[in-house]
Design a protein. Structure first.
Length: 327
């Protein structure tokens, strides 16, 4: 695993550093995410220098803050009060943010080094394990699913011991209890609106992972499917690479979405002149048959066409309007 540019900051120091670096909206957003009161947020901003002197010794802090504030997409993994957040940087690197006890540890990692071992370590799985238990599929009605989140631990243990429930459901409930009666989430977010575009839910087991399909509820039934640790995290790893690099491709073509782009105009101008030159060369093939009477007309045609190309090149600089189809 290739990492660089490491920095460790408390939440307060991070908010203050972002504010000082000019990323005020990102600093306020982070404060809201950590449910800080206005007084706490103001203190973090006003005492930024104090917090930074006391905590940060990283010479790469400015670079890391830039990556954090300008990332277009992020994927957030949750485990209790701990978080692992992977931010997009470019087509080769990502910013890793690990949050534990309100301490944020940052590092830059190459995409080529993968995420499988990192995810196993974060969730406490052995990355070298190759167990392949029997695949299980089970359905839980929504009422029971909501109930097991709210009941006391003793009541949940009774359900686990109750043989009237299917063996598969009892195994799921046992893993659910061991996970603190909670479901872990993985949020895929575009930072343009800071709301999760999609969320993956799962419950870790001893030898496998239960993936929860809450979005495709059929007849008030929630589907839970067991997968091996390797199968599950390899799929998540591929989804990470695809989600985080889509933005890179879009950023490369950002000139196509700007309100006014000289690059678009130059591109059209060059293509138009290439076409004009080809047409004039075709005229010159039979030059001897028209040069005496039609020479001036050919050059007039070339001049008029060049004026039209210049006009259309300016229009090409403008962003084209998109018409949405009526649904």
């Amino acid at each position: 695993m290739i990492t660089k540019e490491t920095a460790v900051l408390s939440t307060r120091a991070l908010i203050g550093a972002l504010f000082q670096a000019g990323f005020k909206n990102k600093a306020k957003q982070l404060g809201r995410e950590h449910k800080m009161k206005k007084k706490e947020l103001s203190e973090a901003i006003n005492k930024a220098e104090y917090f930074l002197k006391a905590e940060s010794s990283s010479t790469e802090l400015a670079s890391i803050l830039g990556h954090l504030a300008q990332a277009q997409r992020k994927v957030r993994f949750e485990k209790g009060q701990d978080y692992l957040i992977i931010h997009s940087i470019d087509e080769k690197n990502v910013l890793i943010e690990s949050v534990h006890n309100a301490q944020h540890t940052f590092s830059v990692q190459s995409l080529d080094s993968g995420f499988y071992s990192m995810l196993c370590e974060f969730y406490g799985f052995d990355p070298s394990a190759r167990e392949d238990p029997v695949k299980m599929n089970l359905e839980i009605d929504t009422e029971t699913y909501d109930l097991i989140h709210a009941i006391e631990r003793e009541e949940l243990e009774k359900m686990i011991r109750d043989e009237s429930y299917e063996h598969q459901i009892r195994r799921f409930l046992e893993d659910f209890k061991a996970n603190g009666q909670s479901v872990n989430s993985i949020d895929y977010t575009k930072n343009t609106h800071n709301q999760a575009d999609s969320t993956v839910l799962f419950v870790p087991g001893k030898e496998y992972i239960w993936s929860i399909d809450y979005q495709q509820v059929k007849n008030n039934q929630i589907i839970a499917t067991s997968s091996t640790v390797e199968q599950y995290f390899r799929i998540i790893e591929r989804s990470l690479e695809e989600f985080l690099t889509v933005t890179v491709a879009k950023k490369k073509n950002s000139s196509e979405t700007k309100p006014f782009s000289i690059q678009r105009g130059i591109s059209f101008f060059v293509k138009g002149n290439v076409l004009l030159i080809v047409m004039l060369l075709l005229f010159n093939v039979n030059k001897n048959s028209w040069v005496e009477e039609g020479g001036s007309y050919v050059w007039l045609f070339g001049l008029q066409t060049e004026v039209i190309i210049l006009l259309l090149s300016f229009i090409a600089c403008l962003r084209p309007k998109t018409v949405k189809k009526a649904s």
